[in-house]
Design a protein around this ligand. Structure first.
Ligand code: C2E
Ligand code: CA
Ligand code: CA
Ligand code: CA
Length: 277
């Protein structure tokens, strides 16, 4: 139970206290993570289903804290959003990912694309477009080699503003994708208006392909829908050969998932890229 002490200090039951402490500890740790160089990017290959070649990689952030250990993004991204720390962290991710991709391109590893996740807060920042332009200039990466991943929910609050931002990015030549497609609440009416190049089918749909005829039909329909809107399709979280075969049969363009590779360090992805050539 919670009560207010004489001097206004709040006392909590031990389990609440532990939770509150966790959050505070995490928040204060997060505040130092950037300057202490505790973030790292891992990369997950995106494979073209027609050729079997790696055509891009998604950058996924990792946080290694000396005491807390490895903290998964699911545990700290939301907190980073609430505290606004996601803005500098997100800028670091963008810069580091673009720089790495440019290095791979310079090393002759192909016309690779890099996909970067953006958070809602970052996407709503007034200087987002400038930040992206600056990072591209700084790293020398061609805009067409950068793909920015957005989620449906990020566009719901103010759809018109979101579409304006997306159009600025598109004019710059940057590619846009909708992440976790199908898990949000956007209507098809709305989807039609979005200037996106790629639709990423969420893992939850991919998991339903095998042994579930309705699930399989749904995936097939999403792929047709996306192609009808002239979007490319990437299936996420592909874990089995059966899922892969089904997706190939439906004309899915690219896949990402454990069946090919888990997210890995830049060094390991580079070895994979060299082996595939
Ligand atoms: P997401 O963007 O949907 O990323 C895909 C997640 O699925 C990643 O988890 C990846 O490791 C995992 N995954 C990939 N293939 C498979 C598979 O075959 N099976 C299964 N079970 N999982 C697979 P991760 O790296 O833990 O990231 C979780 C979420 O955190 C991401 O979901 C994204 O929303 C967020 N996130 C990660 N990095 C960043 C970042 O740099 N910025 C922002 N704003 N969000 C990020
Ligand atoms: Ca993503
Ligand atoms: Ca996703
Ligand atoms: Ca997700």
């Amino acid at each position: 139970a919670k009560s207010i002490g004489r001097n206004g200090v709040q006392f909590y039951a031990p389990h609440m206290n532990a939770q509150a402490f966790d959050r505070l500890a995490l928040e204060s740790a997060l505040r130092h993570a950037l300057q202490d160089d505790q973030f790292e990017l891992h990369f997950q290959p995106q494979v073209d289903l027609a050729t079997g070649c790696v055509v891009g990689n998604e950058a996924l952030i990792r946080w290694r804290h000396p005491l807390l250990g490895t903290v998964r993004p699911d545990r700290f991204i939301a907190l980073a959003e609430e505290t606004g720390l996601i803005v500098p962290i997100g800028a670091w991710v963008l810069r580091t990912a673009c720089r790495q991709n440019r290095r791979w391109q310079r090393a002759g590893l192909g016309p690779l694309r890099i996909a970067v996740n953006l958070s809602a807060r970052q996407f709503a920042e007034p200087d987002l477009v400038d930040t992206v332009a600056q990072v591209l200039r700084e790293t020398g990466l061609a805009p067409g080699s950068l793909e920015i991943e957005l989620t449906e929910s990020m566009m719901m609050a103010d759809a018109d503003a979101a579409i304006r931002t997306m159009e600025c990015l598109k004019r710059m030549g940057v590619k846009l994708s909708i992440d976790d497609f199908g898990t949000g609440y956007s209507s098809l009416q709305y989807l039609k208006r979005l200037p996106v190049d790629v639709l990423k089918i969420d893992r939850s749909f991919v998991q339903d392909i095998v042994g579930n005829p309705d699930g399989a039909a749904l995936v097939d329909a999403i792929i047709s829908l996306a192609h009808g809107l002239r979007m490319q399709v990437i299936a996420e979280g592909v874990e089995t050969i059966e899922q892969l075969d089904y997706l190939r049969g439906c004309g899915c363009d690219e896949v990402q998932g454990h069946v090919y590779s888990r997210p890995q360090t830049a060094t390991r992805v580079e070895a994979l890229l060299r082996a595939g050539r």
